[in-house]
Design a protein around this ligand. Structure first.
Ligand SMILES: Nc1ncnc2c1ncn2[C@@H]1O[C@H](COP(=O)(O)OP(=O)(O)OP(=O)(O)O)[C@@H](O)[C@H]1O
Length: 283
């Protein structure tokens, strides 16, 4: 464990993309074990870049990322693969293999533990299969184990995504806009599951969100990014209109897609439209 009981310690993280875009500028954050932390910020603030620099899907330009006592930025290929076993990820558009069933998609979460050959042949142990059924049950989808995922609603697809993340037995789940493509009812179901993951399984969740009202309701702590810089860090109680304006800058919040305003700042679908949303509203 790192200092202060932190699971994750990010220090001075900076990411410059080609073309001189400074997507992250000297960002430092901590996440404790089992903590639920959301990152809010306008489109382009650097939220996705921050998440992806933590597991090095994107290589940071400078800065350090200590995860579970290990420095991520200097790990070689083999050790990075081991470290990534304990960091799972869920995505706005689910990243499922739609011609496969829910349980097959969940088992894909074990691929990071397997040799390339065992993975390619789909060789999973009985323990792994039992775990896959258990986590599918934990997200309320045991009745859909053998359903092709293209037959599921948006909320159900995202819950398969959560189950696939859980089967990794992670310490940290990185959630990149997990509800941006969902209707409000499905969004709530997904957020409740994620909060349950943090509370009951002691898995830390670091969640990028556009929906500030959900961030206020579900988070232990909120981090605000604006133009790549951390401009706020505090509890939901500490978020006021001044903070929101600092995070969202000069953006006319009333004019944002979703058209909802502080303090019920819901910016549903700012980033992603409603592709994949459940038309029935059933999660
Ligand atoms: N591969 C890339 N090459 C160049 N610039 C990039 C690249 N990826 C992101 N950017 C830029 O970096 C900045 C931060 O992008 P990022 O996607 O991290 O923001 P975000 O807060 O997640 O936005 P959104 O909410 O719209 O997903 C933006 O200016 C974006 O245009």
């Amino acid at each position: 464990m790192t200092d202060k009981g932190n699971l994750l310690e990010v220090r001075g993280l900076t990411k410059c993309y080609k073309g001189d875009v400074k997507a992250l500028d000297n960002v430092s954050i901590d996440v404790r074990r089992g903590e639920f932390v959301t990152i809010i910020g306008a489109s382009g603030a650097g939220k996705s870049t921050l998440l992806r620099c933590i597991n090095r899907l994107i290589e940071p330009t400078t800065g350090t990322v200590a995860f579970d006592g290990r420095e991520m930025t200097t790990l070689g290929k083999h050790d990075l693969r081991l470290a990534r076993q304990r960091i799972s990820m869920i995505f706005q558009h689910y990243n499922l293999v739609y011609r496969m069933t829910a349980i097959e998609n969940v088992l894909h979460g074990r691929l990071g533990y397997k040799s390339t050959l065992a993975g390619a042949l789909g060789l999973y142990s009985e323990d792994e299969k039992a775990l896959a059924f258990k986590v599918l049950d934990q997200v309320g989808l045991s009745d859909f184990a053998y359903t092709r995922t293209d037959q599921l609603s948006g909320g159900q697809k995202q819950r398969v995504g959560i189950a696939r993340a859980l089967v990794q037995e992670p310490l940290l789940m990185l959630c990149d806009e997990p509800i941006a493509s969902l209707d409000p009812k499905s969004s709530r179901t997904v957020m409740e599951r994620l909060r349950w993951v943090a509370d009951e399984l002691n898995i830390a969740c670091l969640v990028n969100l556009h929906q500030v009202d959900f961030a206020l309701e579900f988070s232990d702590r909120i981090i605000g990014l604006a133009k790549g810089k951390k401009v706020f860090e505090g509890t939901p109680d500490e978020v006021n209109e001044e903070v929101v304006h600092e995070v969202y800058g000069d953006i006319d919040i009333e004019g944002l897609p979703g058209d909802r305003m502080v303090p019920t700042i819901v910016q549903a679908d700012v980033a992603g439209g409603t592709a994949g949303a459940s038309s029935t509203g059933v999660a």
